[in-house]
Structure formats: structure tokens, C-alpha cells
Write a protein that binds this ligand. Structure first.
Ligand SMILES: Cc1cc2nc3c(=O)[nH]c(=O)nc-3n(C[C@H](O)[C@H](O)[C@H](O)COP(=O)(O)OP(=O)(O)OC[C@H]3O[C@@H](n4cnc5c(N)ncnc54)[C@H](O)[C@@H]3O)c2cc1C
Ligand code: SF4
Length: 329
């Protein structure tokens, strides 16, 4: 591990100022991604700006939705009564992630910015365009069973690893940030992540030293009828091979509105407008769900070891929709 400076920020402006000084400064929340990567020499910041004492630890119910502070821990968010009742997909996604101990440390802001679990990214002896732009991508010719099949490029095929973010995409969450000059931004999560393209090192639209302060969940009656299903190699402490976050509104047996996002298969948390279109106006039955799954995976581009993910993701989405419909509301 390289030596680094540690700064405890007491207010947002001071945190942003401290992180803006020098190109190698980063925010530090739960540390469950950052410290891991520092130990591996994948990230070598010269300064850590601790944001844990900033006033972003509350979950506020507002007339137009819920405002979640960036420092709210994943476990607190998952167990919050209103989140469990009105946004079950988010509670379920959080509880499907990592382990209880990690969820107690992991913050909302840090989860949004967790890095890929691509083994070549985490090994400084491998070629990786994301870690070292222009060096190549060992995953494309290597072992790529865990990698993405949607949104890939010739430069990077890494999967976005978060469960929480898949649910946030299905819920149309909005990310609130603050910048150097005091400017604040509200960024829809569907516009927050960048596809790898030729610049996989740029993962989000955030500017340097831009601080995430909150995540807003818009009020949405459909969110009450939502569900997250995650499929993985073992039942706990494992990232998704495929996952689905779904929400449905029905009138009688007809689907009037749908929201669908996929995890474990995309280079970003993947919203499927194609699946939503295939569901809307159709009867809520298996044949409709299968058509939606076919539509969602139509653009998939498999690598040597992960073609199985196409069928797995389809079945995951169908089962998530069936499980959701089987619940009583
Ligand atoms: C063994 C293991 C298993 C895991 N399994 C899963 C899993 O199954 N599913 C899953 O979804 N996740 C999983 N995770 C990832 C875990 O959810 C993340 O590590 C965690 O959410 C990151 O939050 P943090 O607060 O610890 O972030 P940190 O490590 O503190 O920070 C992560 C990044 O976010 C930046 N950052 C933090 N806060 C802010 C802010 N307010 N504004 C701007 N930037 C900020 C930091 O600079 C850093 O780049 C796992 C992690 C481990 C170690
Ligand atoms: S898939 Fe992306 S993160 Fe993994 S080695 Fe290739 S460029 Fe790096």
C-alpha cells in the first residue's frame, strides 16, 4: 500500500475543496471498495477525504418521494420501514448484496461508485483499459464467464457489479450532487453511468471532486408492487450472474405499466425499455414475460465463456415477473 494523507471533512464545501486539491484525491465512505483496491495497488490515491461526518445520514420522507443521504448505510436503507413497504425492490436488492457486515459499512454514495469485479482490473499485472487506458483488455481473450453481454465495447466488457443500482434504475432514482463552486446537480440515474465505448476509465458523468449528497426516489405507486431476483453461484456473499428488478401496474389481468432493469449482464445497471414495451398492454402471463425477456436480451453479445448468461438472464426475468404476480397486494 502506498502512503496517503487522510483528511476528515466537517462540511460539504470543505470536503469538495480537499478532494479538488491534487489529481490523486478521493472521497472515502465505508471503504469496502476503496481500501480493497488500495491494498491491491489498483487505486493509489494520495489523499483520502473522509465524508462520513457530513450531514447526509438521514432518510427523509417528502411529499414527492424519499430523500436518502449519501452516507446512509446499505443495511439501514434495506430495513427502513417505508423502503420495505413502498419500494420492496430496493430493500430486496440491498439484502441480496455482499454480507451483513459489509452492508453495515457500505454507504449509498459508495455503492453507486463501486468498481467492477473484473479479475483483470483487480490484477495490476494484467492489461486493462479501465485501470490503465490504452493497455488493452485481457478479459476479451481471457476467462470471461462473469463478464457483460449488454453494453460492451471492443475496449471493455466488465460488468457493473451493484445490486442496489439495478433497483434504483428500475425506480428512476435521481442522484443529487454538489460541486466545487457550490453548484448542485440532479442527475437521473439512467443518465449517470457511461457505457465503456473507447473510454472505459470514465464510468459516470461526475466531474472530479463532485460529491454525491443524496439519492431521491420519486413517489411511484407502482413501486409498491416490485421485486428483485438475483441468481449467483452461491446463496450469499457473491455477485450476480444475472438479476432482475421489476415493477408492474395492472388493470385486471392487463399490464398497464412496467419497469424492468437487469443486473449481472450489463456494463452499466441495465434498463430495458424493450422489455417494458413488450409487457405494456399485454396479459400478465408467462408467454408475455417470455416475449419481454426475448426483447430484453435481443441486443446481447456474448463472449467465449458467458453465452449461458443470455438464457440465464431471460429465465431470471421471467421468474422475477412470475414471483411478483404471485404476491398478493
Ligand atoms: C467481499 C465483497 C462482496 C461484495 N458483494 C456485493 C454484492 O453482492 N452486491 C453488491 O452490490 N455489492 C457488493 N459488494 C460491494 C459493496 O456493496 C461496495 O463495496 C459498497 O457499496 C461501497 O460502499 P462504501 O461506502 O464502502 O464505498 P467506498 O469504498 O468508501 O467508496 C467507493 C467509491 O465511491 C466514492 N465515494 C464514496 N462516497 C462518495 C460520495 N458521497 N460522493 C462521491 N464519491 C463517493 C469513493 O471515492 C470510491 O471511489 C461487495 C464488496 C465486497 C468487499
Ligand atoms: S473487461 Fe474492462 S475492466 Fe476488465 S480487463 Fe477489460 S478493460 Fe479492464
Amino acid at each position: 500500500m502506498h502512503p496517503f494523507e487522510y483528511v476528515e471533512a466537517t462540511d460539504p464545501a470543505a470536503a469538495i475543496h480537499a478532494a479538488g486539491e491534487g489529481a490523486q484525491s478521493v472521497f472515502f465512505a465505508g471503504g469496502t471498495t476503496l481500501i480493497d483496491l488500495m491494498k491491491l495497488d489498483v487505486m493509489t490515491p494520495a489523499k483520502l477525504v473522509d465524508v462520513n461526518h457530513l450531514p447526509f445520514s438521514s432518510i427523509e420522507e417528502q411529499p414527492d418521494g424519499i430523500l436518502i443521504g449519501a452516507n446512509v448505510r446499505n443495511s439501514d436503507l434495506a430495513h427502513h420501514a417505508t423502503i420495505r413497504e413502498q419500494y420492496p425492490v430496493l430493500s430486496e436488492a440491498l439484502l441480496a448484496g455482499a454480507s451483513a457486515q459489509l452492508r453495515n459499512m457500505a454507504s449509498t454514495g459508495g455503492n453507486l461508485l463501486q468498481r467492477t469485479r473484473c479479475t483483470y482490473f483487480r490484477d495490476i499485472n494484467s492489461a486493462c483499459n479501465k485501470r490503465q487506458p490504452g493497455s488493452g483488455c485481457d478479459a476479451i481473450t481471457g476467462v470471461n464467464r462473469m463478464h457483460a453481454i449488454l453494453g460492451t465495447s471492443d475496449y471493455c466488457i466488465a460488468t457493473h457489479p451493484s445490486d442496489m443500482c439495478v433497483a434504483l434504475v428500475a425506480l428512476d432514482a435521481v442522484i443529487h450532487t454538489q460541486m466545487h463552486n457550490g453548484t448542485k446537480r440532479q442527475i437521473p440515474i439512467t443518465e449517470f453511468y457511461l457505457l465503456p465505448g473507447e473510454t472505459p476509465e470514465r464510468e459516470t458523468v461526475l466531474n472530479r471532486a463532485e460529491l454525491i449528497t443524496h439519492v431521491h426516489l420519486p413517489a411511484n405507486p407502482m413501486a409498491r408492487r416490485s421485486h428483485y431476483l438475483k441468481v449467483r453461484d452461491r446463496a450469499s456473499y457473491e455477485f450476480a450472474l444475472a438479476s432482475a428488478a421489476v415493477a408492474l401496474e395492472t388493470k385486471g389481468q392487463t399490464i398497464t405499466r412496467a419497469s424492468v432493469a437487469l443486473g449481472g449482464v450489463g456494463t452499466v445497471p441495465w434498463r430495458s425499455k424493450e422489455a417494458e414495451a413488450a409487457l405494456t398492454g399485454k396479459p400478465a402471463e408467462r408467454v408475455t414475460f417470455e416475449a419481454a425477456a426475448d426483447a430484453a436480451l435481443a441486443p446481447a453479445k456474448p463472449q467465449h465463456h458467458n453465452a449461458f448468461k443470455i438464457e440465464l438472464a431471460k429465465r431470471t426475468l421471467v421468474l422475477a415477473l412470475e414471483e411478483l404476480m404471485a404476491r398478493s397486494f
